[in-house]
Design a protein around this ligand. Structure first.
Ligand SMILES: [Zn+2]
Length: 381
């Protein structure tokens, strides 16, 4: 039984392996045949000298001659020849562009021409007050940096000299019509420098060396009134505009000189100096005269004594004569002190009237009459 069963088991196992029904086999064979695997793609092995990237073939070193560079430089053709440049200048399209640019420049010039109220002078100013103030902000930082770099220092707010300058400014600002500006006063501790300036936007810089020459508040009012007047009359914008005009003229001269084969550098130096003499310096002198006039009336309206302006410029003239000879007026951006003093003498009666008409008339005008009467030994009626 056991053997049978073994045999039965033996025989019973057989069909599972060997006696597969023909139907099963058919089913197996009826399965879709697998496709033959495609033949592997064979990339060409880089066995040749062919390159994937374009390369400039190197020149063999043995043929390199360092002198060739110099020779090639010597024989190199210029990018712009005289002939090519002349052709460019003479072409009708260049003439059209130049003519339109000229018309545009003339239109721009006349659109920006202004009349200065106090002198009636016509001037070209293409900068707004805001744009000039933006430039002066950078200038303020530059000045602060320069003062500190040179070992200088600004006087503190409680220094008597700073307080003096601030006191004068407090009286001048209301009559300047620029109360909205962001006024800041800085006094630089430098007794050797007799100078002061006010940048657009109300940034006041005073060198301590000018205070002894000003002597008193009235003298300092003459200095600061003059500097504020430059701002009121927008002289910085005018100077910046003038510089644009000079640069355009200068560029045209250089181009014309290049056309005729002349020396560009010579034109630049000569043209720059001449244009400076012809335009910048006379403009500077006119601006100074305007600032003197406006500053004088301003200090009078703020109840300062205009005669003190005369004394201040006389002391300045004396000091300059002692130090070194001032350049002749036509070479300088400033009028000579002598001319300045003469002009102030002419304007003094008007300034005195202005002072008498201002709010301080009640006390200041009487004080003036009292002083004059005292000097002449007269009684006030
Ligand atoms: Zn000035």
């Amino acid at each position: 039984m056991a053997a049978l069963s073994k045999a039965c088991l033996a025989t019973a196992r057989l069909p599972a392996r060997t006696q597969l029904s023909s139907r099963f086999l058919r089913q197996q064979t009826a399965l879709p045949r697998l496709r033959a695997a495609p033949a592997p793609i064979r990339f060409p092995v880089a066995t040749t000298t062919r390159r994937f990237f374009y390369q400039t073939p190197r020149r063999p070193y043995q043929n390199y001659n360092p002198h060739n560079h110099h020779e090639r430089l010597r024989n190199a053709k210029p990018l712009l020849t005289d002939r090519g440049f002349s052709g460019f200048i003479r072409s009708p399209s260049t003439h059209t562009v130049a003519f339109l640019a000229f018309l545009g420049a003339v239109g721009f010039y006349f659109y920006n021409v202004q009349t200065v109220p106090v002198s009636g002078r016509k001037r070209f100013n293409c900068f707004t007050e805001e744009s000039v103030e933006a430039v002066s902000e950078q200038q303020v930082k530059r000045i602060e940096y320069d003062v500190e770099r040179q070992g200088g220092r600004f006087l503190s707010d409680w220094d008597p000299r700073t307080r003096l300058v601030k006191r004068v400014m407090r009286r001048l600002i209301p009559v300047s019509g620029m109360e909205d500006s962001d006024w800041e006063v800085r006094v630089i501790d430098d007794p050797r420098q007799a100078n002061a300036f006010v940048l657009p936007g109300g940034k006041v810089f005073v060198y301590s060396g000018i205070i002894p020459i000003a002597r008193n508040e009235d003298g300092l009012a003459a200095v600061l009134g003059h500097e504020i007047a430059h701002n009121l009359a927008q002289h910085v914008g005018e100077r910046m505009s003038g510089q644009i005009g000079i640069n355009i003229l200068l560029g045209s001269f250089v181009l014309m000189t290049a056309l005729w084969g002349g020396a560009i550098l010579g034109t630049q130096l000569f043209g720059g100096t001449v244009l400076d003499m012809l335009f910048s310096r006379p403009m500077g002198r006119k601006q100074e005269t305007e600032a003197d006039y406006i500053g004088l009336l301003m200090m009078a309206e703020a109840c300062y004594d205009p005669e003190q302006a005369l004394g201040f410029w006389q002391r300045m003239e004396h000091m300059q004569q002692q130090q070194e000879g001032a350049p002749p007026e036509w070479m300088s951006t400033h009028p000579s002190n002598h001319n300045r003093i003469e002009k102030i003498k002419q304007w003094l009666p008007e300034a005195m009237d202005k002072r008498a008409q201002s709010d301080c008339a009640g006390t200041a005008a009487f004080a003036d009459r009292f002083r004059r009467a005292l000097a002449q030994g007269l009684l006030i009626q």
